[in-house]
Design a protein around this ligand. Structure first.
Ligand SMILES: Cc1cc2nc3c(=O)[nH]c(=O)nc-3n(C[C@H](O)[C@H](O)[C@H](O)COP(=O)(O)OP(=O)(O)OC[C@H]3O[C@@H](n4cnc5c(N)ncnc54)[C@H](O)[C@@H]3O)c2cc1C
Length: 396
């Protein structure tokens, strides 16, 4: 058997989602001569759930140079959230951005860092990031499936690169650092057999896309000062996210045990009946597929997302984004964590490369400590929300 083709890089990044692109771009910005290779198994644009961003990621988005492209992409502007969380309590709205239509042009094309966020169609959002990575000099290879990580025989906890398949041929890339940003695939931690903690929040989401919904401004604001809408329902809670003027993402977060013996579509429809504000916006709408498939419309499902890897870094490797940990969609925090923790990883790797006087294991444990702090605060917030859902909810 012939040896796989091999090459070497400074860093190899597994996955081209928000976390992978952000790390790769920052590493190139810090080290313009470095060879940074980003391997993505799909051809972009591709579908992904998780469509509502938070402004807390904007400083990083500004740093990697994508704010202008995001503003020009035509995504609905998000300024806050409206909750109907207990049916015996009034609805309430939480705003992080207060500016409305006045001086619209300036709001849409602000200089610097905006205080609003966006409701995004993830295929296009992630494409903007991947294009930016290419423009920054990252070697982006799409349809490149990483199968395994290379290990140092002398130090089994150390990772020295990846083995991948691209266009039918096997390749190996050795690298000073391998950064796993493979999302919930968690490629590196599965290959190293790392343990993860799980937490008992929602564990299953069913979601659909609708075209032609009625935009209820009193509930979700206008296109320029939008809010996502969340409602608690007996089997969990539902989201309503307008990702364009006509298309909405509608989801139910629930638990696997509540689906036992029922068809997911029936459960979705029943729970939609408990969220009349969402149902009303969908009266004249019809269900559609996501943009990147010819399949007929269906109810999509994802499961098991609330976990935290016990170890987030080791010799020659870091985990970032969902591959490290994810809390729960209740906080719309996934991309925020992905972008901000990517900044932490890029800083850590950069320190390892440029400051040999600082011990690498101290740099890694610093990253783990910071991540633990951020993650714990999100986990407490998510738990707080779950504990305060309706009194008529099923036992969680
Ligand atoms: C139901 C649900 C709703 C959510 N809603 C929100 C929300 O409203 N707002 C929000 O901010 N977040 C939300 N999230 C979370 C959000 O989607 C993720 O946190 C975010 O996508 C994480 O980014 P990432 O870059 O870590 O991973 P991903 O975006 O998943 O990117 C990982 C990439 O790695 C690639 N990949 C995987 N395996 C390999 C391999 N072996 N080789 C090469 N490439 C590989 C994948 O193709 C993918 O492109 C939600 C999540 C769920 C489950």
């Amino acid at each position: 058997m012939s040896e796989p083709e091999s090459s070497s890089a400074d860093a190899v990044v597994i996955g081209g989602g928000p976390a992978g692109c952000t790390v790769a771009i920052l590493l190139r910005q810090y080290n313009p001569a470095a060879r940074i290779v980003l391997l993505e198994k799909e051809k972009f644009p591709r579908h992904h759930v998780g469509e509502s961003t938070l402004p807390d990621a904007n400083a990083v988005l500004h740093k990697i140079g994508v704010i202008d492209d995001l503003n020009k992409a035509g995504f609905p502007i998000k300024c806050g959230l409206t909750y109907k969380w207990r049916h015996d309590r009034p609805m309430f709205t939480d705003l992080f951005s207060r500016g409305v239509h006045a001086n619209l042009q300036e709001r849409l094309y602000p200089r610097g860092i905006p205080d609003h966020s966006w409701q995004v169609e993830r295929g296009r959002y992630d494409q903007i990031l991947l294009d930016r990575a290419r423009a920054a000099g990252v070697e982006v290879v799409e349809q490149a499936q990483v199968d395994d990580v290379l290990r140092d025989p002398a130090e089994p906890s150390a990772v020295t690169g990846v083995r991948l398949r691209v266009a039918g041929s096997s390749q190996a890339i050795t690298a000073r650092h391998t950064i796993d940003a493979s999302g919930q695939a968690r490629l590196l931690s599965r290959r190293l057999g790392l343990a993860a903690e799980k937490f008992a929040l929602g564990d299953t989401a069913l979601y659909r896309y609708y075209e032609g919904f009625e935009w209820n401004e009193s509930l979700i604001g206008s296109f320029y000062d939008g809010k996502i809408f969340f409602a608690s329902v007996p089997r969990g809670w539902m989201w309503f996210i307008p990702i364009s003027t006509t298309t909405a993402s509608v989801g139910l977060v629930t638990r696997k045990s509540f689906l036992a013996g029922s068809a997911p579509d029936d459960v979705f429809d029943e729970e939609l009946g408990h969220a009349p504000e969402i149902a009303a916006m969908l009266t004249a709408a019809h269900q559609i597929s996501h943009e990147y498939t010819d399949e007929p419309p269906r109810t999509y499902a994802v499961q098991d997302w609330t976990y935290r890897n016990r170890q987030l870094a080791g010799p020659g490797w870091y985990l970032v984004g969902d591959s490290a940990a994810f809390v729960d969609p209740i906080l719309s925090s996934g991309m925020n964590l992905a972008h901000n923790c990517a900044l932490l990883v890029a800083n850590a790797v950069n320190t390892e490369w440029n400051h040999p006087e600082i011990a690498a294991d101290e740099v890694r444990s610093g990253y783990e400590a910071l991540y633990a702090e951020i993650y714990s605060s999100f986990l407490s917030m998510a738990t707080w929300w779950y504990e305060r859902r309706d009194t008529d909810i099923r036992d969680w």
